[in-house]
Write a protein that binds this ligand. Structure first.
Ligand SMILES: [Zn+2]
Length: 313
């Protein structure tokens, strides 16, 4: 193991953005907005956001907005609440939220709330606690949380809570670390974390650490760097990070780096991608790895960006 290869990771993320003709970028084209969020937030956590042309990125983002107010993953695709949050997060990162018609964007998100308090992801209506989080996070960043029925939204999330303390994607759904992050973060943003049994959930979460120091998303699964984020941020939100071995987790993440060409993979010696690079760096930031910006566990964004948005600092 060794140190974090900061410059190589920045180089890697910038190179992926430029490699427009590759097969990967072709099949991943609709995910581009989320890719921009993962890549640019990662670069910001590494303290290098000034290498990015913010005008160029902002112009591209605005071309992805649909007349409904929602954003698509790329130009000419359909809007979805996931990409709408990513667009808002990237604009927040670049200090460009002023280019948005806030009411238009927030009305799109508000329109996705259902009668029972849940949220659909888009006009096709798939329901998932992930979308509850995404909608709540997005509206909070836009200072428009008061436009939805927060009480119903919180009650829906609580209805997805299981006897093991975890959360599933819908009522009765199996507990999964990704859903737990979404549910806890939505409860954190709405000031409802007191409704969670922190000790019970803390046990389920800390048992996700395996021998190698990595974390898995469910019992019996292999460890994966992206769970450094889902599990770790959840443990942080309920004040139980000290229940896992932090040094071993740092070591596991650093072992997943491609130190030569940059990027981080899901497990040691696998192929790197932007998704795992971001969640690896964000996990290290949460573990207060030296040289990285502080990251907020609920918004998955740099703390200084959130201070600018919420406190005008
Ligand atoms: Zn993963």
């Amino acid at each position: 193991m060794g140190e974090l290869a900061v410059d190589n990771h920045v180089e890697y993320i910038l190179s992926v953005r430029k490699r427009k003709d590759s097969f990967e970028s072709l099949v991943m084209e609709h995910l581009t907005m989320s890719g921009a969020y993962w890549g640019l937030t990662c670069i910001d956590l590494l303290g290098k956001l000034d290498v990015v042309d913010s005008e160029e990125v902002t112009e591209w983002i605005m071309q992805c907005q649909h007349e409904s107010g929602g954003f698509a993953g790329n130009i000419g695709h359909d809007p979805h609440v996931l990409y709408t949050l990513s667009a808002v997060q990237v604009l927040a990162l670049l200090n460009k939220l002023n280019v948005l018609d806030i009411d238009k964007v927030s009305n799109y998100v508000v329109g996705l709330q259902n009668e029972d308090g849940s949220f659909s992801g888009d006009m096709w209506g798939e329901i998932d606690t992930r979308f509850s989080y995404v909608a709540i996070c997005c509206l909070s960043l836009l200072h428009r949380l008061d436009k939805i029925n927060v009480e119903k939204a919180v009650n829906y999330i609580l209805s997805c809570k299981n006897v093991d303390g975890g959360f599933g994607c819908s009522p009765g759904g199996e507990s999964h670390a990704g859903q737990i992050f979404c549910s806890l973060a939505a409860l954190a943003i709405t000031g409802s974390l007191h409704l969670v049994d922190k000790d019970l959930l803390g046990w389920w979460l800390c048992e996700r650490q395996v021998k190698s120091g990595g974390l898995n998303g469910r019992p019996e699964k292999l460890p994966d760097v992206c769970y450094s984020w889902w599990v770790l941020s959840s443990l942080t939100m309920i004040d139980r990070v000290h229940w896992i071995n932090k040094e071993k987790l740092v070591k596991f993440i650093l072992n997943c780096q491609d130190k030569e060409n940059g990027g981080i993979s899901d497990r040691p010696d696998d192929a790197v991608d932007v998704f795992h690079t971001f969640f690896g760096i964000a996990g290290l930031a949460l573990l207060e790895y030296p040289g990285l910006k502080a990251v907020d566990p609920a918004y998955a964004m740099p703390v200084d960006v959130l201070n600018r948005i919420f406190f005008g600092k």
